[in-house]
Ligand binder design. Structure first.
Ligand SMILES: *Cc1c(COP(=O)(O)O)cnc(C)c1O
Length: 490
């Protein structure tokens, strides 16, 4: 199967080329030329497999160039002992016809692990298949979850290095500790004086610097990114939607062929797009509900067909969803229109910060997607309510989705069995969760305080986090970022 760019469907590449390159040379994103089908009987037989077997079967459909043994070793390494739940991505059933799909049992306690534990294997194999001899250096600017997940994925992976810049002002204390205590011999972590935008701008400038690129090439290095535009990050995410459906069947919550809803806390549109791909393959899905926080640009887009980034950016208690440009939306638009349309929309977005899709596209979007958003106040109230009612603790991102699903049901009367995608452990955002529960303040350790307030134990990877030695305490100015990369790669 070939892949092509969302902005030019004459440009065809292999799967390994798509993964090795990340972004298409015309600025578009790589998409598979056809969606492989998943039949009802295949789906039924996947129910008998472990998560690893499901991942192997589904990923193989998209990766013809990879040997079965090769993929099997990736799947075993990515979803083995590094996950702290035997089912990898378990469901938890609450009342109200709702299941929680917990995607945070990996090493960093957020759903990014589902993809970033797999990506290094896919990427290094793809580079090898394409004759790349230089060493890849992954360069990341992070608002929190991606940086740590990328560090855990790439630490000590042969032939790779990884550098993560995080904003000094703008990650939670736990997120910061997770990164500054990172283990591994090929890793570098640094704070940047400023906010996420400063870190991001600095990294983009390094990527654009052709002189620097040439110099690194001379030393046998090249730079790459690990963000969610890479096909190698999207593909592993399709698996857990199909796996969740199997778990619903196994638990007799649905009948064979019955449709379900998924409600997804959304930022860059990667996670929910994977759900849409699963539906395109044949998974019985009724509606995908796109949940946003106060940065509700996607709610507006889905409800009006107009994408308009000319609006204020809000900092919220669900920071991984604080996004104004949802890059992966481009892949959906492409699937619903053409490369010419997508190129037009993207250049309008560049020039005016805005585009409006045709009526046909809007109708197609609305037949598969619903959308809603939720304020910080409502998010906190939902954490408290669900904990009281079900003794179930949600993080701030998951709570946005839970509330949006409840609103959707009330407004639409659609009572289809639904899965809320749970994207982070509540302990990762312990301070805000404690605040939501109205717990007493003035604690020394937020992790301990959350356990004391709820009786829930914190995830294994966070055990002893507050006592681990800090390895990376450096904070650089934006202008000093390039120098730091330069010295790390010399
Ligand atoms: C990244 C992230 C999201 C948003 O996912 P997208 O794929 O960017 O839509 C939601 N919740 C958490 C906890 C995240 O880390």
């Amino acid at each position: 199967m070939k892949y092509f760019s969302t902005r030019n469907n004459c440009l065809k590449v292999t799967a390994s080329q798509a993964i090795a390159r990340g972004l298409a040379p015309d600025g578009g994103l790589f998409v598979p030329e056809v969606m492989p089908a998943l039949t009802q009987s295949e789906l039924s037989s996947l129910c008998n497999l472990h998560y690893r077997g499901r991942a192997l079967y589904i990923m193989a459909k998209f990766l013809y160039e990879f040997e079965k043994e090769e993929l099997e070793s990736f799947v075993n390494a990515a979803y083995g002992e590094n996950f702290y739940h035997p089912d990898v991505a378990p469901l938890r059933f609450l009342g109200e016809g709702t299941a929680m799909l917990e995607l945070w049992h990996g090493p960093t306690c957020a759903f990014k692990d589902m993809a970033l534990q797999m990506l290094p294997h896919l990427l290094t194999a793809s580079l090898r298949k394409n004759g790349e001899r230089r060493e890849v250096c992954i360069l990341v600017a992070t608002s929190g979850d991606t940086g740590k997940a990328a560090l855990e994925g790439f630490k000590d992976v042969e032939g790779t290095r990884i550098i993560v810049f995080y904003p000094r002002d703008g990650v939670s204390d736990i997120q910061k500790l997770q990164m500054t205590t990172q283990a591994g011999n090929n890793v570098l972590v640094s704070a940047v004086a400023g906010n996420f935008d400063d870190a991001q701008t600095g990294v983009k400038a390094i990527f654009r610097d052709r002189e620097f690129e040439k110099m690194l090439d001379g030393r046998g290095f090249f730079l790459s990114s690990a963000n969610s535009i890479n096909w190698g990050r999207l593909l592993p995410q399709i698996v857990y939607y199909i796996s969740a459906y199997c778990e619903l069947l196994k638990a007799n919550r649905i009948k064979v062929g019955e449709k379900v809803n998924f409600c997804v806390p959304t930022g860059n549109f990667g996670n929910i797009l994977a759900a849409w791909y699963a539906k395109e393959m044949g998974l019985p899905v009724n509606k995908l509900i796109c949940a946003s926080n106060r940065n509700n640009i996607l709610t507006d887009f889905i409800n009006t067909g107009v994408y308009d980034r000319n609006r204020e950016f809000h900092t919220t208690i669900s920071p991984s969803m604080d996004i104004l440009i949802s890059s992966n939306l481009e892949r959906l638009l492409y699937a619903l229109s053409s490369d010419v349309d997508v190129s037009n929309y993207m250049s309008q977005l560049n020039e005016t910060g805005k585009y409006a899709v045709s009526n046909e596209i809007k109708e197609a979007v609305n037949s598969d997607f619903a959308a809603g958003h939720c304020s910080d106040e409502d998010t906190k109230a939902e954490i408290k309510r669900v904990f009281k009612e079900y003794n179930y603790l949600m993080d701030t991102h998951t709570a946005v989705a839970y509330k949006v699903l409840r609103d959707y049901r009330q407004a639409s009367g659609d009572m289809t069995a639904s899965v809320v995608v749970s994207t982070a452990s509540p302990f990762k955002f312990a301070e805000d969760v404690l605040d939501a529960l109205g717990a007493k303040t003035g604690y020394e350790s937020p992790l301990k305080a959350l356990t004391e307030a709820t009786g829930v134990t914190s995830p294994v990877p966070l055990d002893g986090l507050e006592k681990r030695p800090v390895r990376f305490s450096e904070c650089v100015e934006k202008s000093e970022m390039l120098g730091l990369v330069d010295s790390f790669l010399s």
